[in-house]
Design a protein around this ligand. Structure first.
Ligand code: AKG
Length: 286
């Protein structure tokens, strides 16, 4: 698809947080397609520290002792949530100064962390033979976290969404390595979600599967129909995901931040991680 190549460095004049914005081209891409791939966001050191933390978490014998929740813990798929309290590197991702200003731009005001999840997945030889050439892309479950109309709005001619994610690729993701599948443009459709999915599955040119270098981040609206993609290669994929909303919205169940952890946070990121601003929303247009 024409939109598939949109990936750019973040625009960081002076490197100051208040100066970090999507470029007009990135914003146009986001408004039209519902996502944009940002390259070279995380340094190789950050990628390594985040990956090491996640592999250490995966190896923990008792995950309950670490306040995380487990969506899947199989041989080929480890999907875990509320990782932000587990390791400093994961907290740094959730509060990343090169990413949170961009999320604020899409939400349209102050934000809070709504969830922090990670996936380590590899090919399941039972389900995906290495030679499977049947489909170009293998989405495992298209979904949205909010819908256009009640979870989105337009302001100053720009698209905004009240639920936005940043998904960091911590491994290189080529065409067979399970890059996130999206249905470009679906973030602004009032159709029934099932009808969008069925239509796109009947013509795969309507699905875009991300390819990215480690350290790249997919910024997307949760009103965009998207899915994990089954890995076809023998490479393992590691992704780290943060979700954000305005502060008066709730965290995803299981992502409640413990008061003990809040007490350890520096004051400048406490409202972001805890949602303490609540209904005192600093909306950009107010
Ligand atoms: O695994 C992926 O690439 C997508 C994750 C996802 O669907 C989500 O975070 O909502």
């Amino acid at each position: 698809m024409m939109n598939s190549r949109m990936s750019q460095d973040i625009h960081t004049p002076n490197g100051k947080a208040e100066n970090i914005h999507l470029t007009p081209a990135q914003r146009l891409h986001f408004d039209v397609y519902g996502y944009v791939l940002l390259e070279n966001v995380l340094t190789s050191d950050e990628v390594e520290r985040m990956k090491q933390a996640l592999y250490r978490l995966k190896a923990e014998p008792d995950l309950d002792a670490h306040r995380v929740y487990v969506n899947k813990r199989g041989e080929h798929m480890f999907h875990v949530g509320h990782v932000v309290e587990y390791d400093q590197a994961l907290l740094e991702y959730a509060s990343h100064p090169r990413l949170t200003p961009l999320v604020k731009e899409i939400v349209g005001g102050a934000i809070r962390l709504e969830e922090s999840e990670a996936i380590i997945n590899r090919r399941d030889p039972q389900l995906i033979p290495a030679t499977d050439a049947y489909r170009r892309t293998l989405p495992t479950g298209f979904h949205t976290g909010t819908r256009h109309g009640w979870g989105t709005y337009m302001s100053n001619q720009h698209f905004h969404c009240l639920f936005v994610k940043t998904l960091a690729y911590l491994t290189n993701v080529g065409p067979d390595d399970g890059g996130t599948a999206v249905i470009p443009g679906s973030h602004r459709l009032g159709w029934k979600e099932r009808d969008i999915i069925d239509a796109a599955l009947s013509d795969e040119s309507l699905i875009y599967q991300v390819e990215a270098k480690a350290g790249s981040v997919l910024l997307f609206a949760e009103s965009l129909v998207h899915s994990t993609t089954a890995v076809r290669s023998d490479r393992e994929r590691v992704v780290l995901i943060s979700g954000y909303t305005p502060p008066m919205m709730r965290e995803w169940p299981g992502n409640e931040i413990s008061p003990d952890f809040v007490a350890t946070l520096p004051a400048d990121i406490r409202p972001l991680i805890s949602g303490s601003d609540s209904w005192h929303w600093r909306h950009d247009d107010a």
